[in-house]
Ligand binder design. Structure first.
Ligand code: UGA
Length: 429
Protein backbone atom coordinates (compact mmCIF):
# COMPACT_ATOMS: atom_id res chain seq x y z
CA UNK A 1 0.00 0.00 0.00
CA UNK A 2 1.47 3.35 -1.02
CA UNK A 3 0.79 6.71 0.58
CA UNK A 4 0.99 9.71 -1.71
CA UNK A 5 1.70 13.19 -0.39
CA UNK A 6 0.92 15.94 -2.88
CA UNK A 7 2.53 19.29 -2.10
CA UNK A 8 5.93 19.14 -0.40
CA UNK A 9 5.87 22.37 1.61
CA UNK A 10 6.45 22.33 5.34
CA UNK A 11 3.47 20.18 6.18
CA UNK A 12 3.70 17.83 3.18
CA UNK A 13 7.41 17.17 3.42
CA UNK A 14 7.35 16.56 7.16
CA UNK A 15 4.34 14.25 6.74
CA UNK A 16 6.11 12.33 3.98
CA UNK A 17 9.40 12.04 5.89
CA UNK A 18 7.77 10.93 9.14
CA UNK A 19 5.45 8.36 7.52
CA UNK A 20 8.34 6.94 5.44
CA UNK A 21 10.22 6.31 8.69
CA UNK A 22 7.26 4.66 10.38
CA UNK A 23 6.58 1.62 8.27
CA UNK A 24 4.88 3.28 5.30
CA UNK A 25 5.85 3.37 1.64
CA UNK A 26 5.59 7.00 0.54
CA UNK A 27 5.46 8.93 -2.72
CA UNK A 28 6.20 12.65 -2.38
CA UNK A 29 4.89 14.68 -5.31
CA UNK A 30 5.25 18.35 -6.14
CA UNK A 31 5.05 20.29 -9.39
CA UNK A 32 8.14 22.29 -8.40
CA UNK A 33 10.84 20.57 -10.45
CA UNK A 34 13.76 22.20 -8.63
CA UNK A 35 12.36 21.05 -5.28
CA UNK A 36 12.10 17.46 -6.49
CA UNK A 37 15.61 17.63 -7.98
CA UNK A 38 16.98 18.82 -4.66
CA UNK A 39 15.19 16.02 -2.85
CA UNK A 40 16.61 13.50 -5.33
CA UNK A 41 20.06 14.85 -4.48
CA UNK A 42 19.25 14.25 -0.81
CA UNK A 43 18.81 17.91 0.14
CA UNK A 44 15.74 19.16 2.00
CA UNK A 45 14.38 22.37 0.43
CA UNK A 46 13.58 23.77 3.89
CA UNK A 47 15.46 23.92 7.15
CA UNK A 48 13.78 21.88 9.84
CA UNK A 49 15.53 20.15 12.70
CA UNK A 50 15.83 16.38 12.19
CA UNK A 51 14.29 16.47 8.71
CA UNK A 52 17.50 15.87 6.73
CA UNK A 53 18.23 12.77 8.79
CA UNK A 54 14.70 11.39 8.34
CA UNK A 55 14.82 11.95 4.57
CA UNK A 56 18.25 10.31 4.34
CA UNK A 57 17.07 7.29 6.32
CA UNK A 58 13.95 6.92 4.21
CA UNK A 59 16.07 7.11 1.05
CA UNK A 60 18.46 4.47 2.39
CA UNK A 61 15.55 2.19 3.34
CA UNK A 62 13.89 2.77 -0.02
CA UNK A 63 10.64 3.89 1.65
CA UNK A 64 10.36 7.24 -0.13
CA UNK A 65 10.30 8.25 -3.78
CA UNK A 66 9.74 11.66 -5.33
CA UNK A 67 8.04 12.72 -8.51
CA UNK A 68 6.73 15.77 -10.32
CA UNK A 69 4.03 13.73 -12.03
CA UNK A 70 0.98 14.37 -9.84
CA UNK A 71 -1.25 12.12 -11.96
CA UNK A 72 1.15 9.22 -11.46
CA UNK A 73 1.23 9.80 -7.68
CA UNK A 74 -2.58 9.80 -7.62
CA UNK A 75 -2.73 6.57 -9.65
CA UNK A 76 -0.28 4.73 -7.41
CA UNK A 77 -1.55 5.74 -3.96
CA UNK A 78 -4.09 4.02 -1.74
CA UNK A 79 -4.04 6.91 0.70
CA UNK A 80 -3.53 10.36 -0.73
CA UNK A 81 -2.58 13.37 1.35
CA UNK A 82 -3.32 16.75 -0.20
CA UNK A 83 -0.99 19.30 1.41
CA UNK A 84 -0.88 22.03 -1.22
CA UNK A 85 -0.68 25.70 -0.30
CA UNK A 86 -3.74 27.85 0.35
CA UNK A 87 -2.22 31.34 -0.01
CA UNK A 88 -4.11 34.57 0.65
CA UNK A 89 -6.12 36.44 -1.95
CA UNK A 90 -5.83 40.25 -1.84
CA UNK A 91 -8.73 40.45 0.67
CA UNK A 92 -7.11 37.83 2.90
CA UNK A 93 -9.48 35.00 2.09
CA UNK A 94 -7.95 31.63 1.22
CA UNK A 95 -7.07 30.97 -2.41
CA UNK A 96 -8.12 27.38 -3.09
CA UNK A 97 -6.92 27.15 -6.71
CA UNK A 98 -4.29 24.51 -5.91
CA UNK A 99 -6.79 22.45 -3.93
CA UNK A 100 -9.32 22.47 -6.78
CA UNK A 101 -6.65 21.66 -9.31
CA UNK A 102 -5.71 18.52 -7.35
CA UNK A 103 -9.41 17.70 -6.96
CA UNK A 104 -9.80 17.72 -10.74
CA UNK A 105 -6.80 15.48 -11.18
CA UNK A 106 -8.11 13.03 -8.60
CA UNK A 107 -11.46 12.99 -10.43
CA UNK A 108 -9.55 11.90 -13.53
CA UNK A 109 -6.87 9.59 -12.12
CA UNK A 110 -8.28 8.61 -8.69
CA UNK A 111 -8.48 4.96 -7.69
CA UNK A 112 -11.37 2.88 -6.39
CA UNK A 113 -11.37 2.71 -2.59
CA UNK A 114 -8.82 5.53 -2.30
CA UNK A 115 -8.78 7.56 0.90
CA UNK A 116 -8.17 11.25 0.28
CA UNK A 117 -6.86 13.27 3.21
CA UNK A 118 -6.98 17.05 2.98
CA UNK A 119 -4.23 18.40 5.20
CA UNK A 120 -4.09 21.94 3.83
CA UNK A 121 -5.74 24.55 6.06
CA UNK A 122 -9.04 25.20 4.29
CA UNK A 123 -12.21 27.19 5.02
CA UNK A 124 -15.11 25.31 6.59
CA UNK A 125 -17.09 23.50 3.92
CA UNK A 126 -14.14 22.85 1.59
CA UNK A 127 -13.79 19.12 2.34
CA UNK A 128 -17.52 18.55 1.75
CA UNK A 129 -17.25 20.53 -1.48
CA UNK A 130 -14.17 18.52 -2.50
CA UNK A 131 -16.08 15.24 -2.13
CA UNK A 132 -19.04 16.69 -4.00
CA UNK A 133 -16.86 17.89 -6.87
CA UNK A 134 -15.37 14.43 -7.25
CA UNK A 135 -18.87 12.95 -7.52
CA UNK A 136 -19.99 15.66 -9.95
CA UNK A 137 -16.97 14.75 -12.07
CA UNK A 138 -18.10 11.11 -12.12
CA UNK A 139 -15.57 9.85 -9.61
CA UNK A 140 -17.69 8.12 -6.99
CA UNK A 141 -15.68 5.14 -5.82
CA UNK A 142 -13.27 6.85 -3.43
CA UNK A 143 -13.47 5.67 0.18
CA UNK A 144 -13.82 9.12 1.72
CA UNK A 145 -12.42 12.63 1.66
CA UNK A 146 -11.38 13.52 5.18
CA UNK A 147 -9.93 16.62 6.77
CA UNK A 148 -6.94 16.03 9.01
CA UNK A 149 -5.60 19.42 10.11
CA UNK A 150 -1.94 19.68 11.08
CA UNK A 151 -0.89 21.42 14.28
CA UNK A 152 2.89 21.27 13.89
CA UNK A 153 5.06 24.26 14.67
CA UNK A 154 7.91 25.28 12.39
CA UNK A 155 11.21 24.56 14.05
CA UNK A 156 9.71 21.61 15.93
CA UNK A 157 7.80 20.16 13.01
CA UNK A 158 9.24 16.63 13.11
CA UNK A 159 8.77 16.35 16.86
CA UNK A 160 5.23 17.73 16.67
CA UNK A 161 4.25 15.36 13.86
CA UNK A 162 5.57 12.30 15.69
CA UNK A 163 4.25 13.36 19.12
CA UNK A 164 1.04 15.28 18.53
CA UNK A 165 -1.31 16.27 21.38
CA UNK A 166 -4.23 15.07 19.32
CA UNK A 167 -5.09 13.90 15.84
CA UNK A 168 -8.25 15.40 14.41
CA UNK A 169 -10.16 13.59 11.68
CA UNK A 170 -13.20 15.12 10.00
CA UNK A 171 -14.85 12.29 8.09
CA UNK A 172 -18.04 11.00 6.56
CA UNK A 173 -17.55 7.25 6.11
CA UNK A 174 -17.15 5.12 9.29
CA UNK A 175 -14.95 2.59 7.52
CA UNK A 176 -12.01 5.02 7.46
CA UNK A 177 -11.57 4.59 11.24
CA UNK A 178 -9.44 1.40 11.22
CA UNK A 179 -7.40 2.78 8.33
CA UNK A 180 -6.64 5.97 10.24
CA UNK A 181 -5.66 3.98 13.34
CA UNK A 182 -3.21 2.00 11.21
CA UNK A 183 -1.87 5.08 9.46
CA UNK A 184 -1.05 6.80 12.77
CA UNK A 185 0.02 3.62 14.61
CA UNK A 186 3.20 5.36 15.89
CA UNK A 187 1.30 7.98 17.86
CA UNK A 188 -0.27 7.57 21.27
CA UNK A 189 -2.27 10.76 20.92
CA UNK A 190 -6.06 10.56 21.13
CA UNK A 191 -7.75 10.59 17.74
CA UNK A 192 -10.78 12.84 17.63
CA UNK A 193 -13.25 11.81 14.94
CA UNK A 194 -15.74 14.52 14.05
CA UNK A 195 -17.59 16.18 11.21
CA UNK A 196 -15.53 17.54 8.35
CA UNK A 197 -16.60 21.14 9.00
CA UNK A 198 -15.74 20.76 12.69
CA UNK A 199 -12.24 19.57 11.80
CA UNK A 200 -11.79 22.54 9.47
CA UNK A 201 -12.92 24.99 12.13
CA UNK A 202 -10.80 23.32 14.85
CA UNK A 203 -7.66 24.28 12.93
CA UNK A 204 -8.71 27.94 12.65
CA UNK A 205 -9.97 28.00 16.24
CA UNK A 206 -6.66 26.66 17.58
CA UNK A 207 -4.48 29.12 15.68
CA UNK A 208 -6.65 32.12 16.38
CA UNK A 209 -6.87 31.24 20.07
CA UNK A 210 -3.08 31.07 20.34
CA UNK A 211 -2.69 34.38 18.48
CA UNK A 212 -5.34 35.91 20.72
CA UNK A 213 -3.37 34.77 23.79
CA UNK A 214 -0.26 36.51 22.45
CA UNK A 215 -2.21 39.70 21.73
CA UNK A 216 -3.77 39.50 25.16
CA UNK A 217 -0.42 39.54 26.92
CA UNK A 218 0.84 42.18 24.49
CA UNK A 219 -2.18 44.34 25.29
CA UNK A 220 -1.25 44.08 28.95
CA UNK A 221 2.39 44.90 28.18
CA UNK A 222 1.32 48.41 27.27
CA UNK A 223 -0.61 48.77 30.53
CA UNK A 224 2.46 47.55 32.39
CA UNK A 225 4.55 50.27 30.81
CA UNK A 226 1.96 52.87 31.83
CA UNK A 227 1.88 51.66 35.45
CA UNK A 228 5.50 50.64 35.93
CA UNK A 229 4.55 46.97 36.30
CA UNK A 230 6.45 44.02 34.80
CA UNK A 231 4.73 41.95 32.10
CA UNK A 232 6.79 38.87 33.05
CA UNK A 233 5.23 39.00 36.50
CA UNK A 234 1.75 39.22 34.98
CA UNK A 235 2.43 36.25 32.68
CA UNK A 236 3.76 34.20 35.58
CA UNK A 237 0.96 35.24 37.89
CA UNK A 238 -1.79 34.23 35.50
CA UNK A 239 0.02 31.36 33.73
CA UNK A 240 0.26 29.27 36.91
CA UNK A 241 -3.52 28.92 36.78
CA UNK A 242 -3.89 25.68 34.78
CA UNK A 243 -7.04 27.08 33.20
CA UNK A 244 -4.86 29.75 31.58
CA UNK A 245 -1.48 27.86 31.26
CA UNK A 246 1.90 29.57 30.90
CA UNK A 247 2.26 28.90 27.17
CA UNK A 248 1.98 31.64 24.55
CA UNK A 249 2.16 34.37 27.15
CA UNK A 250 5.53 35.72 26.06
CA UNK A 251 5.13 39.43 25.33
CA UNK A 252 7.05 40.81 22.39
CA UNK A 253 6.88 42.64 19.09
CA UNK A 254 4.03 40.39 18.00
CA UNK A 255 3.39 37.15 16.18
CA UNK A 256 4.34 36.50 12.57
CA UNK A 257 4.83 33.50 10.33
CA UNK A 258 2.94 31.83 7.55
CA UNK A 259 0.04 30.69 9.74
CA UNK A 260 -1.34 33.03 12.40
CA UNK A 261 -1.65 36.23 10.32
CA UNK A 262 -2.96 34.41 7.25
CA UNK A 263 -5.35 32.07 9.07
CA UNK A 264 -6.90 34.82 11.18
CA UNK A 265 -7.48 37.01 8.15
CA UNK A 266 -8.93 34.08 6.21
CA UNK A 267 -11.28 33.26 9.09
CA UNK A 268 -12.43 36.87 9.38
CA UNK A 269 -13.17 36.89 5.64
CA UNK A 270 -14.93 33.53 5.80
CA UNK A 271 -17.13 34.72 8.66
CA UNK A 272 -17.84 38.00 6.83
CA UNK A 273 -18.91 36.14 3.71
CA UNK A 274 -21.50 34.39 5.90
CA UNK A 275 -22.70 37.57 7.61
CA UNK A 276 -20.68 37.26 10.85
CA UNK A 277 -18.10 39.47 12.48
CA UNK A 278 -15.27 38.25 14.72
CA UNK A 279 -14.44 41.26 16.90
CA UNK A 280 -12.06 39.34 19.18
CA UNK A 281 -9.93 38.41 16.20
CA UNK A 282 -10.06 41.89 14.71
CA UNK A 283 -8.73 43.22 18.01
CA UNK A 284 -6.07 40.48 18.01
CA UNK A 285 -4.80 41.71 14.64
CA UNK A 286 -4.96 45.34 15.68
CA UNK A 287 -2.97 44.77 18.87
CA UNK A 288 -0.40 42.75 16.95
CA UNK A 289 0.14 45.63 14.55
CA UNK A 290 0.20 48.25 17.27
CA UNK A 291 2.87 46.32 19.15
CA UNK A 292 5.49 47.00 16.47
CA UNK A 293 4.38 50.59 15.95
CA UNK A 294 4.80 51.19 19.67
CA UNK A 295 8.22 49.51 19.72
CA UNK A 296 9.58 51.67 16.90
CA UNK A 297 8.09 54.79 18.49
CA UNK A 298 10.02 54.03 21.68
CA UNK A 299 13.21 53.59 19.65
CA UNK A 300 12.61 56.84 17.78
CA UNK A 301 11.86 58.71 20.99
CA UNK A 302 15.03 57.50 22.64
CA UNK A 303 17.19 58.38 19.63
CA UNK A 304 15.44 61.70 19.00
CA UNK A 305 15.02 60.76 15.34
CA UNK A 306 15.53 57.70 13.18
CA UNK A 307 16.79 59.76 10.27
CA UNK A 308 20.33 58.65 9.34
CA UNK A 309 20.56 56.58 12.52
CA UNK A 310 22.33 53.26 12.23
CA UNK A 311 20.47 50.29 13.62
CA UNK A 312 22.09 46.93 14.31
CA UNK A 313 19.36 44.31 13.96
CA UNK A 314 19.59 40.78 15.32
CA UNK A 315 17.00 38.26 14.15
CA UNK A 316 14.99 38.39 10.92
CA UNK A 317 12.96 35.18 10.95
CA UNK A 318 9.50 35.20 12.55
CA UNK A 319 10.80 32.93 15.30
CA UNK A 320 14.04 31.09 16.12
CA UNK A 321 15.25 27.83 14.55
CA UNK A 322 13.83 28.65 11.14
CA UNK A 323 14.91 30.71 8.14
CA UNK A 324 11.30 31.65 7.40
CA UNK A 325 10.63 35.39 7.20
CA UNK A 326 7.00 35.26 6.06
CA UNK A 327 5.07 37.98 7.94
CA UNK A 328 8.07 38.30 10.25
CA UNK A 329 7.96 41.30 12.60
CA UNK A 330 11.41 42.23 11.22
CA UNK A 331 9.82 43.08 7.86
CA UNK A 332 7.58 45.73 9.38
CA UNK A 333 10.31 46.99 11.64
CA UNK A 334 12.53 47.59 8.61
CA UNK A 335 9.71 49.21 6.63
CA UNK A 336 8.96 51.68 9.42
CA UNK A 337 12.59 52.49 10.20
CA UNK A 338 13.67 52.81 6.57
CA UNK A 339 10.74 55.13 5.83
CA UNK A 340 12.07 57.34 8.61
CA UNK A 341 15.55 57.36 7.13
CA UNK A 342 17.36 54.79 9.28
CA UNK A 343 20.15 52.54 7.97
CA UNK A 344 19.90 48.92 9.00
CA UNK A 345 22.56 46.23 9.17
CA UNK A 346 21.17 42.86 10.13
CA UNK A 347 22.33 39.45 11.26
CA UNK A 348 20.32 36.25 11.45
CA UNK A 349 21.75 32.77 12.10
CA UNK A 350 19.77 31.22 9.24
CA UNK A 351 18.22 33.89 6.99
CA UNK A 352 20.36 34.46 3.90
CA UNK A 353 18.03 36.61 1.78
CA UNK A 354 15.83 39.55 2.71
CA UNK A 355 13.46 41.41 0.37
CA UNK A 356 14.76 44.90 1.18
CA UNK A 357 17.97 45.72 -0.66
CA UNK A 358 18.64 48.58 1.77
CA UNK A 359 18.91 46.19 4.68
CA UNK A 360 22.44 44.87 4.53
CA UNK A 361 22.89 41.31 5.82
CA UNK A 362 26.11 40.40 7.58
CA UNK A 363 27.38 36.95 8.50
CA UNK A 364 28.45 37.64 12.05
CA UNK A 365 26.38 39.27 14.83
CA UNK A 366 29.14 41.70 15.79
CA UNK A 367 29.65 42.83 12.19
CA UNK A 368 26.38 44.80 12.27
CA UNK A 369 27.15 46.65 15.49
CA UNK A 370 30.12 48.87 14.72
CA UNK A 371 29.11 52.51 15.10
CA UNK A 372 25.41 51.65 15.46
CA UNK A 373 23.15 53.94 17.46
CA UNK A 374 21.17 51.04 18.87
CA UNK A 375 21.08 47.26 18.94
CA UNK A 376 17.63 45.78 18.28
CA UNK A 377 16.65 42.13 18.86
CA UNK A 378 13.53 40.87 17.08
CA UNK A 379 13.83 37.06 17.23
CA UNK A 380 14.36 35.05 20.41
CA UNK A 381 17.35 33.01 19.25
CA UNK A 382 19.03 31.58 22.36
CA UNK A 383 22.46 32.61 21.04
CA UNK A 384 21.49 36.29 21.34
CA UNK A 385 21.44 35.79 25.09
CA UNK A 386 25.09 34.93 25.26
CA UNK A 387 26.72 37.73 23.30
CA UNK A 388 30.06 39.09 24.45
CA UNK A 389 28.59 42.21 26.05
CA UNK A 390 31.92 43.89 26.52
CA UNK A 391 32.52 43.61 22.80
CA UNK A 392 28.95 44.73 22.05
CA UNK A 393 29.30 47.87 24.19
CA UNK A 394 32.68 48.67 22.64
CA UNK A 395 31.29 48.39 19.11
CA UNK A 396 28.06 50.35 19.54
CA UNK A 397 28.16 54.13 19.24
CA UNK A 398 25.57 54.26 22.02
CA UNK A 399 25.14 51.19 24.25
CA UNK A 400 21.38 50.99 23.69
CA UNK A 401 19.69 47.60 23.58
CA UNK A 402 16.07 47.37 22.41
CA UNK A 403 14.96 43.83 23.14
CA UNK A 404 11.72 43.09 21.26
CA UNK A 405 11.43 39.57 22.72
CA UNK A 406 12.18 40.11 26.41
CA UNK A 407 15.13 37.73 26.17
CA UNK A 408 16.44 38.77 29.57
CA UNK A 409 14.78 38.80 32.93
CA UNK A 410 14.87 41.98 35.00
CA UNK A 411 17.40 40.28 37.33
CA UNK A 412 19.67 39.34 34.46
CA UNK A 413 19.63 42.89 33.18
CA UNK A 414 20.41 44.25 36.61
CA UNK A 415 23.39 41.92 36.74
CA UNK A 416 24.51 42.75 33.19
CA UNK A 417 24.30 46.48 33.68
CA UNK A 418 26.47 46.26 36.79
CA UNK A 419 29.43 45.24 34.63
CA UNK A 420 28.51 46.87 31.30
CA UNK A 421 27.19 50.34 30.46
CA UNK A 422 24.10 48.88 28.74
CA UNK A 423 20.84 50.82 28.56
CA UNK A 424 18.15 48.21 28.24
CA UNK A 425 14.66 48.65 26.79
CA UNK A 426 12.17 45.82 26.49
CA UNK A 427 8.43 45.20 26.21
CA UNK A 428 6.03 45.85 29.07
CA UNK A 429 8.63 46.44 31.76
C1 UGA B 1 1.60 27.91 14.53
C2 UGA B 1 0.92 27.04 15.59
O1 UGA B 1 1.61 27.17 16.83
C3 UGA B 1 0.92 25.57 15.17
O2 UGA B 1 0.21 24.79 16.13
C4 UGA B 1 0.21 25.46 13.79
O3 UGA B 1 0.21 24.12 13.33
C5 UGA B 1 0.97 26.33 12.81
O4 UGA B 1 0.95 27.69 13.27
C6 UGA B 1 0.27 26.21 11.47
O5 UGA B 1 -0.89 26.61 11.35
O6 UGA B 1 0.85 25.60 10.55
P1 UGA B 1 4.13 28.46 13.88
O7 UGA B 1 3.56 29.47 12.93
O8 UGA B 1 5.19 27.53 13.41
O9 UGA B 1 2.96 27.52 14.47
O10 UGA B 1 4.75 29.28 15.07
P2 UGA B 1 4.48 29.52 16.64
O11 UGA B 1 5.52 28.81 17.41
O12 UGA B 1 3.09 29.26 16.99
O13 UGA B 1 4.78 31.08 16.72
C7 UGA B 1 4.04 32.02 15.96
C8 UGA B 1 4.46 33.43 16.31
O14 UGA B 1 4.02 33.79 17.61
C9 UGA B 1 5.97 33.68 16.29
O15 UGA B 1 6.23 34.89 15.62
C10 UGA B 1 6.33 33.77 17.75
O16 UGA B 1 7.48 34.55 17.99
C11 UGA B 1 5.08 34.38 18.34
N1 UGA B 1 4.89 34.11 19.78
C12 UGA B 1 4.68 32.84 20.22
C13 UGA B 1 4.88 35.16 20.69
O17 UGA B 1 5.05 36.34 20.33
N2 UGA B 1 4.66 34.89 22.01
C14 UGA B 1 4.47 33.64 22.48
O18 UGA B 1 4.25 33.47 23.71
C15 UGA B 1 4.47 32.58 21.55
Amino acid sequence: MKIGVIGLGYVGLVTAACLANNGHQVIGADIDRSKIERLHRGQAPIYEEGLDELLAQARAQGTIEYMTDIAQAIKESTILFVAVGTPSLPDGSANLDYVWDICEQIATYGQDGQLIILKSTVPAGTTDAFAERLIQNNHTRFLDVIHNPEFLRQGQAVHDFLHPDRIVIGYENESVIPMINKLYHFSEAPIQFCRRTSAELIKYAANSFLAMKISYINMFSQLCEAFGADISDIAKGIGTDPRISPHFLQAGVGYGGSCFPKDIQALIQLAKAHGHTLPLLEATQQINRRQMTHFTEKLEQRLGTLDRKRIALLGLSFKPHTDDIREAPALRFCEICMAKGANILAYDPLVRAFPYAHVKLVSDPYACMEGANALVILTDWPEFRTLNWQRVCALLREPLLFDGRNLFSTQEIKFLSQSHPLEYHSIGR
